[in-house]
Every structure is written in C-alpha cells, then in structure tokens.
Design a protein around this ligand. Structure first.
Ligand SMILES: [Zn+2]
Length: 402
C-alpha cells in the first residue's frame, strides 16, 4: 500500500518496491486521461512500475473506479482551507467529498458523484380519492387495527413499507387500544372471534399482496435484490394508492419503524414501537429552487401539499413524512421516489460552480426542468423567476453566429 497525500488535485503517492528506495509518483485524474509523473523520471520512456503500482492501488481502493478521485476545478480555497471539498487523508487512502453545506457538487464533464439520476420518463400516476373518517363506538372490544411498518432508506436491512393488520382490545372507557394482540397472517389461523367489515376484508387482501411482494425483494445487500426492489416500487405504489382511501375508514392506525421487520417474524406489534399514524390523502408536489451565490449555485427541492409548504420532511421508502406534524404522504410515481431518494443521499442539496453551469444545465438541469418546475433567484435578489438558461448565463444575441 503506498502512502498517499493529496494537494490541489494531485495525488502524491509514495511507492516502495523491493530492493529500492521509495519513489514519489504524482497522479492527476482528468476527465479523459490520467497524468502521471514519477521521480525516477521513467527512464525507458514507459510507465514505470512505481507509477503502475501506485495507480493500481489507488484504483483498487475504489473498486477500480476513479470517479471518486475526480473533482475538477473544485479546489478553490478560502484562506488555507478548501472552499467546497473535504479531503480526508488517512495515510494510505484519500477520501474526497463535498462539504455538507453544498450537498452534492456537480462535476464538469461528468455529473454528480454517488449516483447518476438521468431518468425522467415516467408519467404521474393515478389520482387519489379521499374518504371521510367514520369512527364507531368500540369500547372494551376486540378490534382490527393496522400498523404501517417502514424502515430507513439505504441500509442492507431496509425494506419497503407494508401494512400489517392486527387484533387489539380497546379500553373499558375509551375507543383506544390498550392491549395488542397477534398480527393477522394468512399462514396463521385467526383464533379471536372477529367479524371483519367489507373494507377490512379488502384491506387484508391488499396487505397479503404487499407482504408477498415485499418479502420477495430480500435484503439490500446484493445487486439482484436492489434491482428487485426497484421493480417492486411501482407495483407497491399502486397497492398503497388502493389501500390509503380505505384506511380513512379505519379507526385504529399505527406506524412503527423497524429494522428488517419481515425477517424477525414477530407475531404481534410491540407497544413501545407504535405511534399513531396519519396519512394525507393529498398529493404533494416537487419543484426546485435554484439560488445564485455568485460563484456557485445551489439547487434544492421544494415540497408542497395543496394546503402548505412542507418545510421539514424526512424520506423513507415510498413515503415522505412531514416532520412538523408527522403526516405521511405517499409518493406518486416511481420517478418521484427515485429522485427524492437520490436527493436524500446528498442532504437535499446540489451545487454547481458558475463556470460549470452550462454543462450542469445540459447534463442535468435541462431535463429536470422539463418534468419539475424550477425557480431561479439571482444573486443578491429576493425575486424568483422561472428558470431558463439565459437567466443564469445571459446570451449575447450579436454573437450567435460563431
Ligand atoms: Zn518511477
């Protein structure tokens, strides 16, 4: 393993080979080439073993991809510190990533690191009907309740959310469940004497479909399962779209956040994990705000329901949670789901340098703005206008003939 230092876009590797002193190799990773020099001066005029070994180790650390080392023209400094990037050198490895206030930074000639999101092709899905709450007096009775099980995104144990009906008993003087009994499973006989409503029968059928689908996806620790997850998303969105209006007729709704909830095969919900569940029948919209900070621009999503601006939100698989009132909103399409999940990785912020803006527009923003509304705020201005390229880079009409 060579020792690595990093200085202004250049990796300095100290490479030792047998029966020789360590050599210094200088590597710069460009879009279409790698520039390399060695202090042995490569006497044969060919790539020396130091350079070969050094680059090999560098690539090996990032799974043979050099993308993580490519941060073109992003080495501006504020005083002595890098302005945009954080560079962690731990002797043998270098990790370079954007400072959190910039979220994810656009790389000219390439795109965004971490992931590439270029698919804007799915039409919005069905609209949703809303129902009205219809609570029945149910004191001291066995009742059917519904628990929404969900997990965080991006973990090997992440799972898609499912609905789990269970039996509960309400208090002597209230409609609230005080004791929590078994989950209803197709493979387990229902021992309690419960009469299901038609709505509940239909919900239970949906829940079996959800369970079968989600169960087949498996842990997110290999490529095949990740692909299966993506294939399941649109089907599951439709099932949730069917279930949500029906859930408005149910009095006992809960949610619980789990870790690999299908694997544990628990028979009943754990009371301390449950919280009341609120779902909005409303759609939320995604638009974007692009703000000019003079030398760079920051793009952020803006989430609104028909009633309000959802200023603080959390994204979990298939749902967006308004963290101010803990209301869940179902995503409306596979496209929104993929986009919001991808944005979450970068703290919901994307940054591009002003001088990289044209490329950022062509590779990313142009297509994004076809599908999502984007507003633009000039530097030092509060006014927002509809984003157009020439708002950011004024076109000179006299010069259009080349
Ligand atoms: Zn050499």
């Amino acid at each position: 393993m060579p020792l690595v230092k990093y200085d202004k876009d250049v990796f300095i590797l100290s490479v030792a080979v047998a029966n020789d002193q360590p050599h210094q190799v200088f590597v710069q990773i460009k879009r279409h080439e790698i520039q390399v020099a060695c202090d042995c001066r490569m006497p044969e005029n060919s790539l020396c073993q130091h350079a070969y070994g050094g680059i090999f180790e560098l690539m090996h650390y990032t799974d043979m991809k050099l993308e993580d080392y490519y941060w073109p023209e992003l080495h501006d400094q504020n005083k002595k510190e890098l302005k945009y990037l954080q560079v962690d050198t731990d002797g043998h490895h270098v990790n370079i990533f954007p400072k959190p206030i910039y979220g994810n930074i656009f790389k000219v000639g390439w795109g965004f690191s971490l992931d590439h999101y270029h698919q804007f092709d799915t039409a919005m899905l069905h609209k949703q009907e809303t129902g009205t709450g219809n609570e029945i007096d149910a004191r001291n009775k066995l009742v059917v309740a519904y628990n929404v099980l969900y997990t965080e995104l991006g973990l090997w144990c992440s799972q898609l959310p499912i609905l789990m009906p269970f039996i509960g008993k309400t208090g002597k003087h209230s409609n609230h469940i005080v004791s929590f009994s078994q989950y209803l499973r197709k493979d387990k006989e229902i021992i309690n004497d419960i009469v299901f409503t038609e709505n509940q029968h239909a919900l239970n059928e949906i829940r079996y479909e959800m369970f079968t689908l989600v169960n087949a996806v498996g842990r997110q620790d290999n490529k095949a399962n990740i692909a299966r997850w993506l294939q399941t998303v649109p089907v599951l969105i439709k099932l949730w779209q069917k279930a949500i209006p029906m859930l408005f007729y149910e009095a006992h709704l809960y949610s619980s956040q789990g870790y690999g909830h299908l694997g544990c095969r628990s028979n009943k919900p754990v009371k301390s994990h449950l919280s009341d569940w609120q779902i909005s029948g409303d759609r939320f919209s995604i638009s974007f705000s692009l703000k000019d900070h003079n030398d760079h621009l920051i793009l952020e999503p803006v989430i609104k329901s028909s009633a309000k601006h959802i200023a603080h939100f959390r994204k979990v698989p298939l749902f967006l949670i308004d963290t101010d009132d803990r209301t869940f909103y179902l995503v409306q399409s596979e496209q929104d789901e993929a986009l919001l999940n991808w944005l979450k990785i970068s703290g919901n912020k994307l940054t591009a340098l002003k001088e990289h803006f044209l490329d950022f527009h062509e590779r990313f923003l142009d297509r994004l703005s076809e599908y999502y509304a984007v507003s633009y705020q000039h530097f030092n201005s509060r006014k927002k206008v509809v984003y157009r390229l020439n708002e950011v880079i004024p076109q000179n009409n006299k010069n259009n003939g080349k």
